[in-house]
Design a protein around this ligand. Structure first.
Ligand code: BGC
Length: 903
């Protein structure tokens, strides 16, 4: 201690002396060269408890104090104990120094992993000069149950409270619970809720697959008596819709706890008929309708040891699901935030209305005291009437209410467990006394994906739209991407999912979520290759509308592009091929015409056949690219050829060469083929011109598309070199536009461009129009994956400096680390700051402003572009060339600050 203090003192004196005599003092750094890898992930998850992948994939993020660095080799150690790992012993896997620049998607290659085991791992890397980093901090992963035969429990039910007591003869060394339900469950041990998951397990096609969660119970179980309890509810297992009946008649629980004791013994507890059940306080529960909870029926202590359950009945053994049991390997649904109401009104005697200030998914926590048996009702709404009363016309048949019956003792707290609501307003009736703002708190509940991206622009309206989109995206993540969160739907509508997917991936860490959703799609796929409009299937049709079914190939492609995930292609390729072959069977003359919804919610309708056929082409094209990526050259050639035939047939069927219009010439009709470059060369200018005229002159700079068309219109305009027009649409404030929604008080996106509040279809929380957020990141921010080098191995930075925008800053949390593009524009000067992660390279396209002539570009304090030529010398900047009115520099990893000035 003393010694290091004196060293510090000496160092301080040296620095002071150096400053005094004007020596250059190097900035103080934690270390030089390659820094220890960070953000270790296994199967996209941080320290996952419960994976069931035999060959999991690892990823890490690299930092280096120098620019233009890459990983030349790595060493991964996986150990069966943290102690061994600390001694640098990888008894499970020691990759040795492996020459490779892979820092993501690194596949485990050690001894077979065992079920119900924990593993610890770390990694170090060598940079391009061969300097080794330190090892990372340790990370861990737990393998759950790898085979069905390891499940000893039975599906049980009979009532919604279930319990069992066990006695353990010595201290617990390790304990894991594997738990799932048909419907929802809450697991409780010795009086405590276990974990922070809500509405667990994730919704799947239960007869085909049920997901289970794994919990570390080591610190919850103790020597002596322990009580295991579960509360279960129906969830989607008991909810039918459209033509699809509810798959089950009653909720069921499946559980197994594997315990290792200090005395060397192991104990296994499983759900079976030795459990006891009784109806608890939960009178009814439904995703759409809410809960009725009678606190008079609570049984204090039921989840603690010693409770007298002699009046309880034995659990019924149920058939349950015969489907595959898979570990839930994605972020769970959680209560992620608390909302304080912003206003409380009393529009009628006894009726209180809370304004939460924001539309969101979740529930409220009620604080109340009053007489036993008093009944309080909470009803949820997105809208208000002028009278101040809640307007629930757009919620359709969902009851969307919770009823709480007081136990009558002190202050009581209640929030529901097995339902959620989409709402901004809460109507409270039956409240004993006068409620205050503090009688309620909102809780935001959705799949707890991590925010990884950010977007900020100098134009406040863009930030507001971005915020509205983020809320809509998040509040529609309910283990599947839902269409809405309030009415009697809330389903995995595939069309909505595919249009928003890319934007979601730029904002949030979505890889595990979509990996799961793609498996959900495989689970609904029929032997004929068809998928369904909603996944899991409730409403909608089989086969899906092609603009909905395309979620299968498109989301797979986006996951591959964003993460360089080859396994996602391998896992889905056969299913995707079957899907495209199904489409082909419906298109004997190479035109796919069947359609149900087409460019849904459009202001000017486009023939559905054109939309379907566009996706037939798109899906086939992507399949060919995936085949190529997987090295299947026969399929790549075959589907490329088919795609060309589809394109020709598409042009033959829909293009009017005389007018330069596709189909009926709507914005969507012309935008779709332009977006995929399907338009014959000699017609391109005419079609693009028609589109431009339609937006600009026929509609005074407004869109007329539905949610399919808008997904492509914005990036297309940028492709066509007209980001100004795209920007004008983005900041439009009159009907129809995102700005119009914002100006009319939207805090989440509407389903329709129109401001409707009546009984028709008009949810006020749909995410699909939010596809424009991808354009914010990619065009305004300028951050783009290079399709030839997926997973941000090579990045294209190409910001659009437009109109009155004076700055944009965007960050994407890529698999390789943070990618940032931040620019500013003032007359005569453009600056562009870029962050490129280690192990990535980028082409940075630096724009000049129209008025500039004879530009000079500096990077930091070095000139990199002068008199029309690239100037070598700035570290990491290897080349520069002029393309149109932009200079494109090739750079390696690191932070760069470009500054463009005119003469
Ligand atoms: C949903 C949509 C969905 C559509 C299919 C609606 O009820 O809310 O967003 O894609 O049905 O046309």
């Amino acid at each position: 201690m003393l010694r290091s203090y004196s060293i510090l003192r000496v160092a301080a004196i040296v620095v002071l002396l150096a400053l005094a005599v004007g020596w250059a003092v190097p900035s103080v750094r934690a270390a030089e060269g390659p820094l220890a890898p960070v953000t270790l992930r296994c199967e996209y998850l941080h320290n996952p408890v419960g994976i069931d992948v035999r060959l999991p994939r690892f990823a890490w993020v690299l930092h280096h104090t120098e620019r233009a660095q890459v990983q030349s080799a790595y060493q991964v150690l996986v150990a069966s104990s943290p102690e061994l790992l600390a001694q640098d012993k990888g008894d499970q896997w020691d990759s040795g120094k492996t020459a490779s620049d892979d820092s993501t998607q690194v596949v485990y290659n050690g001894k077979p992993l065992e079920s119900d085991h924990s593993y610890w791992w770390k990694v170090r890397y060598w940079d391009k000069e061969g300097n080794a980093s330190d090892y990372s901090q340790p990370a861990s992963f737990d393998v759950a149950l790898l085979s069905r035969s390891e499940w000893k429990g039975q599906w049980i039910g009979g009532a919604n409270l279930l319990r069992k007591e066990i006695t353990l003869n010595s201290k617990v060394v390790r304990a894991r619970a594997y738990v799932t339900a048909l419907g929802y469950y809450e697991l409780r041990i010795n009086g405590e809720k276990i974990g922070r998951n809500n509405l667990d397990p994730a919704w799947t096609t239960y007869p085909a697959r049920v997901l289970y969660s794994t919990y570390d119970l080591t610190s919850h179980l103790r020597a002596g008596k322990n009580a295991l309890g579960a509360m279960i509810g129906g969830g989607w297992a008991l909810l039918g819709a459209g033509d699809v009946p509810a798959p089950y008649k009653q909720p069921a629980l499946l559980l197994q706890v594997n315990i290792e004791l200090a005395d060397g013994k192991t104990v296994q507890v499983a759900s079976d008929n030795s459990w006891k059940v009784t109806p608890g306080p939960l009178v009814s529960d439904s995703v759409w309708d809410g809960e009725v909870y009678d606190a008079r029926r609570e049984l204090p202590g039921w989840d603690s040891p010693g409770f007298d359950d002699s009046a309880w009945s034995p659990a019924e053994v149920l058939e349950g699901s015969k489907g595959i049991l898979s570990a839930q390997m994605m972020p769970p649904i959680r209560d992620v935030d608390t909302m304080v109401p912003v206003a409380l009104t009393n529009p009628r005697p006894g009726v209180y209305v809370y304004d939460m200030g924001q539309n969101f998914s979740g529930w409220v926590d009620l604080h109340v005291s009053g007489p036993r048996g008093a009944q309080v009702q909470l009803r949820f709404a997105e809208l208000l009437y002028d009278t101040g009363m809640i307007n629930r016309e757009n919620i359709r048949d969902a009851k969307s209410r919770d009823i709480y019956i007081l136990r009558g003792e002190g202050e009581e707290h209640y929030h529901p467990r097995f339902t959620y609501h989409g709402f901004r307003y809460v109507e409270l009736t039956g409240y004993p006394g006068t409620p205050s703002l503090d009688s309620l708190r909102g809780h935001v509940v959705h799949t707890a994906v991590e925010t990884t991206g950010s977007f900020v622009a100098s134009k406040p309206l863009l930030n507001q739209i971005h915020k509205i989109i983020r809320w809509s995206d998040l509040t529609n993540l309910a283990s599947v991407p839902t269409d809405c969160d309030q009415r009697n739907e809330r389903m995995g509508w595939m069309g909505d999912a595919q249009t928003s997917a890319e934007g979601m991936m730029l904002n949030f860490d979505m890889a595990a979520f979509y990996t799961n959703f793609l498996r959900d799609m495989r689970d609904v796929q029929g032997p004929d290759g068809t998928v369904t409009d909603t996944v899991p299937h409730r409403y909608g049709s089989r086969p899906a509308d092609p603009a909905w079914g395309t979620a299968f190939p498109l989301i797979c492609w986006y996951v591959y592009q964003q993460n360089g995930d080859r396994r996602i292609l391998e896992e889905n390729y056969d299913g995707l091929k079957k899907y495209v072959e199904f489409l082909r069977s419906r298109a004997p003359d190479n035109v796919l015409r069947y359609s149900y919804y087409g460019d849904w919610v459009a202001l000017e309708k486009t023939p559905g056949a054109e939309v379907s056929d566009f996706y037939y082409y798109y899906d086939t094209l992507l399949l060919a690219k995936m085949a190529a990526a997987l090295g299947n050259s026969a399929d790549a050639a075959g589907y490329t050829h088919l795609a060309t035939e589809i394109k020709d047939a598409f042009n033959h069927e829909f293009l009017d060469a005389k007018t330069g219009n596709y189909a009926n010439g709507t914005q969507t009709a012309n935008a779709l083929p332009l977006f995929l470059d399907m338009v014959p060369k000699d017609q391109h200018a005419a079609v693009a011109g028609n589109l431009n005229n339609d937006i600009l002159y026929r509609h005074d700079t407004h869109v007329t598309t539905g949610f399919i068309g808008i997904r492509y219109l914005m990036p297309l305009l940028t492709q066509l070199g007209d980001s100004y027009l795209a920007y004008d649409l983005a900041v439009q404030t009159t009907f129809p536009s995102w700005g119009y929604m914002a100006a009319n008080g939207a805090t989440t996106l509407w389903e329709l461009w129109q401001n409707k509040t009546g009984p028709s279809m008009n949810s006020h929380d749909h995410h699909m129009m939010g596809s424009v957020d991808a354009w914010f990141y990619e065009a305004l921010g300028g951050i783009n994956v290079d399709p030839e080098h997926p997973g941000y191995r090579h990045i294209r930075i190409e910001p659009q400096v437009v109109r009155d925008l004076t700055s944009v800053s965007a960050t994407v949390g890529s698999v390789r680390g943070k990618v940032t593009s931040a620019w500013s524009h003032e007359p005569g000067v453009i600056t562009l700051q870029v962050d490129v992660p280690v192990n990535a390279t980028a082409s940075v396209s630096v724009p000049k402003d129209d008025e500039m002539t004879g530009i000079t570009i500096h990077e930091g304090d070095r000139s990199v572009w002068e008199k029309g030529h690239f100037v070598e010398g700035a570290p990491g900047v290897t080349a520069g060339k002029l393309e149109g009115n932009r200079v494109i520099f090739e750079v390696g990893s690191g932070h760069y600050a470009f500054r463009v000035t005119g003469e």
